[in-house]
Every structure is written in C-alpha cells, then in structure tokens.
Write a protein that binds this ligand. Structure first.
Ligand code: GDP
Length: 360
C-alpha cells in the first residue's frame, strides 16, 4: 500500500480476500505493509518479509497472494526466500476466469491473456513459462529453454489471435442473424460471484441451451427464455467485472465484451449481501464506458436477498428505488423480474420495431 491508498485499505483487502475465496482459497491471514512503493528486490520490506516468513512457517499455506503485480525478479526472490508459490492479483483473476471459461472462445481468451501477462517473465533467468492453467514456476533450467519457450509462446499467441479473429467473425454473423430474427438480447453484467450464471440458469428453462442453428452452439452462454407476455428473449452471461480489471484481460476479452454493446438491455447484477454497492456500481459504469456500452438501457438487479437482513433490504430499496430484489438460489421474485423486463421492452417497443428493419 502506498500512503494515498490507506483510506481504501479495508476495501482493497476485502476485495482481494473475496477474489481468493472465489478462486477456491481459504485465507488464513493478511499482511499489510506501509511503504510508498514496493521494495524492488522482494516487494516486501525486510521487516515484513520476516513476518511473512514466520506466517508461512506457522500456517504452511499453498500460496502467498500479493495485491500488486510482481516483477520477474521480485517473484524469483520471494519464491527463493519463502519456498512457496507466489501469485499476484492478475494471476488470481486469471485463475478465476479460467474456472469460469466454458466456451472455446472464452478459453482461448483467458489463455491469450495469461500468455500476454507471462511474456515478460521469459526474460528473467531461471523462470520458465508455466503450463496453461498453472502458476509461474521456477524450474527453468536456462536461457536455451527460455528462448524455446518464448518462441513457442509467441507462436501460440499468434495462433490464438487468429482463432479468436475467426470466432469473432462467426459471432458477427450470428449477431446479424439474431438481429434479423428480432429476438431481444439481454446481457447479464456485474462482478464475478454476483450470481450472474445462477440467474441465467433460473431465468431460462433448465437445459434450454440455444442450439438453434441461428445461434449455433459457439456460445453456450446464450439461452432462450419467455417473458410473462409471451415475448421470447435471449439471455447472455458475460465475463465478470472487477475493479482495475488488468488490461491484458480487457484486451483479450474484447470481442466477448463487445457483445454487451449489441444487447438491447443490460441486467446489472449485484450481490446485495455485500457492502460497497456504490463503489461496485461505479466500477461497472466505468467498465461499460470503456467498452462503449454506456448508452445501453439497464435494469439493476440486487441478488442474494436471502442473505440480507430486512434493515439492509430497506436501506437498499431507499437507495435504489428502481432496482429489482431477487434470489437466484431461492427462486425469489423472479416473476417480478421478468415482468419488469417485459415492461421495459413494452416501453422500448416502438424503438425496437423501428430498429429491426434497419439492422441489416
Ligand atoms: P457469477 O460469477 O456472477 O456467474 O456467479 P455464480 O452464479 O457463479 O454464483 C456465485 C456464487 O453465489 C455461487 O456459489 C452461487 O451458488 C451463489 N449464489 C448465486 N445466487 C445466489 C443467491 O441468490 N443466494 C445465495 N445465498 N447464493 C447465491
């Protein structure tokens, strides 16, 4: 932490903890150091490094997670000092995204992001590229191997970029067909772990994967559903937003994120049981702006109300009077949500009918 960050310290730490939990880790302890900038050699200053060594001996954790990205030499020195795996925030996010990537495109995107992120580590002596999906190891035997791995990684990056380009074209064709068919597309956006996939599952009939040739099976995250009025709609799940989404990720997920621009409605899904709702909404707004989707109509959905006290719900209702409160897990208020979506489309109908003939 630098001194300006002190105020936001608790939020940053709890976010890192949440990310670690999402990746499946159980956090045994947190260590905060007050330095204006990270120590160039070990990231931690000498005193904190001693404390960390002690904690490592005490808890024998599988991994130490750092809030900032590490330089190749900081990583190497830390691994040498502590004798355990080190993971930084970007790698942690990559790990989460790897777990959530089910489509071919999604998997390619995460692999590309990981390779882009790991490229600088080839320059360091004794550090070799990990297997896709694994962390960065220290088993690199020398420069020759490093060069070989670097070349292989560059080849793989070129391959992935080409494949993603092809998939992007397919996606474009599918989008055109979808627009021609005139079925509105609703994108679920929000933080990782807010319950987007759960909501997608309960809003759409079980197993109602869109296998229609119109939409192909390229993106299994698109599902069809019927609203109370009988109107057919498509729901699409999107990659989770995170504060300070590492730029390699934003770059690599460009084409998937672009899909949000073409949605007719965004469901902004938030975990109502977690604090800092305004901070998260700001991050969501910023991310939408970055991808040029700030003008897409949206509806705020506060999920996980089963985990909230009545007081909290009342407070949130006051703060967000236009939001719909649901529980994907308990199936609470889903009809209300669907009615709200119907109402929005009724209001937009004229615009929508006008839009379709010009879609081609
Ligand atoms: P995503 O990352 O936004 O797609 O989130 P997921 O749908 O994967 O959900 C993240 C976690 O929250 C999972 O463990 C879900 O079971 C849980 N979850 C989702 N919706 C609810 C809910 O309404 N209530 C509770 N208590 N848990 C939920």
């Amino acid at each position: 932490f630098n001194r300006q960050e002190q105020g936001a310290r608790r939020e940053v730490i709890s976010e890192l903890e949440r990310l670690a939990n999402t990746a499946g880790y159980c956090v045994v302890d947190t260590l905060i150091q007050n330095l204006d900038s990270p120590n160039p050699r070990h990231y931690f200053g000498a005193g904190k490094l001693g404390e960390l060594k002690h904690l490592v001996q005490l808890f024998e954790p599988d991994v130490v997670i750092t809030r900032h990205n590490l330089t190749p030499s900081q990583r190497k020195n830390l691994i040498h000092e502590l004798g355990i795996e080190i993971e930084d925030r970007t790698q942690l996010i990559l790990e989460i995204f790897e777990k959530h990537a089910f489509t071919r495109e999604g998997k390619y995107e995460v692999e590309l992001a990981r390779l882009r992120y790991e490229m600088p580590f080839f320059k360091g002596k004794g550090v070799e590229l990990s297997n896709p999906g694994g962390g960065i190891g220290t088993r690199g035997p020398g420069e020759k191997k490093l060069e070989l791995d670097r070349r292989k990684a560059l080849q793989r990056i070129a391959f992935l970029k080409k494949e993603l380009e092809k998939l992007g074209l397919e996606r474009k064709i599918m989008r055109k067909r979808r627009q021609k068919a005139g079925i509105p597309l609703i994108a679920l956006v929000g933080y990782t772990n807010a319950g987007k996939s759960s909501l997608l599952n309960v809003l759409c009939d079980a197993g109602a994967l869109v296998e229609d040739k119109l939409f192909s099976t390229l993106d299994t995250r698109i599902r069809k559903s019927k609203l109370p009025s009988g109107r057919e709609v498509l729901f699409i799940d999107t990659v989770g937003f995170i504060r300070e989404l590492p730029h390699q990720l934003l770059e690599s997920f460009k084409s998937t994120l672009e899909e949000i621009n073409f949605a007719d409605l965004l469901l902004i899904v938030m975990d109502a049981s977690e604090t800092n709702e305004e901070g998260k909404l700001t991050v969501i707004e910023e991310t939408l702006k970055k991808i040029g989707a700030e003008d897409v109509p949206r509806l705020l959905v506060l999920n996980k109300v089963d985990r909230c006290t009545n007081e909290r719900i009342q407070m949130l209702e006051k703060k967000f009077p236009e939001a719909v409160f649901v529980s994907a897990l308990k199936g609470f208020n889903l009809d209300e949500l669907k009615c709200n979506i119907d109402r929005i489309f009724n209001l937009m109908r004229k615009k929508y009918i006008l839009r379709v003939p010009f879609a081609e």
